[in-house]
Ligand binder design. Structure first.
Ligand code: ZN
Length: 253
């Protein structure tokens, strides 16, 4: 068994272990309060991937007005935005989630990430930011985002990770993690894979750098406890989306 094989085995073992432990602990968790679920395994969490928030009309661009309409729709339909940390606690030990959880993510660290934070802030929704070291955002702007939600890794220079060797993969992740932590003073434990592109070696490098989970691109809603922790699916928000296609994407299994 090669290094990748050993790692795959270890990961499968850990997943099974977490699942077993959480089921054993389930009776101890009680029933929680309100609409929270004591054990969230099996709960569907749509994870929405946004990029630019502007009027460019590009494929990866959502207008501020459409983003606002998304938040209105989510609020009207009883969704609660959660942080990547809440999501992680649910994924690993089945920790309680609010009813209709949704995870809102913003990639790359364009200046319009500030617009994203501003629009979400109107609705009390938390955003999760995945930022490259080459992002045009200043340190002050990144600290501002960190006050509005977790700021996490997106690699230093946004390469296709599967096309790099292990050392370069490690440097891309570790350097970016150190860059963000140096600015925010807060822990970085998650990476959003640039282009949704990764391989076994990239996962090994991420783990060696202190990352515990990776987010992909493409796919539908994520089922808690039912996905690879380093290939968590996200739903891409695209320029041509209308509010109806948005609603369909959020609710489709
Ligand atoms: Zn990106």
């Amino acid at each position: 068994m090669g290094r990748a094989g050993v790692w795959r085995f270890a990961r499968a073992f850990l997943c099974a272990w977490f699942l077993a432990i959480s089921w054993l602990l389930l009776p101890l968790l009680g029933h929680g309060g309100g609409t929270a679920r004591a054990n969230s395994f099996g709960v569907r969490v749509p994870i929405l991937a946004y990029h630019n928030i502007d009027h460019s009309g590009s494929a990866y661009s959502t207008s501020p007005e459409m983003l606002d309409a998304h938040m209105v729709w989510l609020q009207a339909n009883g969704y609660t935005a959660i942080s990547i940390w809440q999501f992680w606690d649910a994924m690993t030990v089945g920790a309680a989630l609010p009813a209709n959880p949704v995870l809102l993510t913003n990639d790359d660290g364009w200046e319009s990430a500030l617009t994203f934070a501003e629009v979400l802030g109107r609705y009390g929704m938390v955003g999760n930011y995945f930022i490259n070291s080459v992002s045009p955002l200043t340190a002050d702007q990144i600290r501002f985002l960190a006050q509005n939600g977790p700021v996490q890794a997106h690699t230093a220079t946004h390469q296709h990770m599967s096309q790099l060797g292990y050392d370069a993969q490690f440097a891309e992740i570790a350097d970016n993690k150190a860059y963000i932590e140096g600015i925010t003073g807060l822990p970085v434990r998650f990476v959003a894979w640039p282009f949704g592109d990764w391989n076994a070696s990239a996962v090994e490098a991420a783990v060696a750098a202190g990352i515990v989970g990776g987010l992909g691109l493409g796919g539908t809603g994520c089922v808690v406890g039912g996905v690879d922790l380093f290939n968590v699916p996200r739903i891409m928000m695209e320029g041509p989306d209308t509010i109806d296609t948005f609603a369909a994407k959020v609710t489709a299994w």
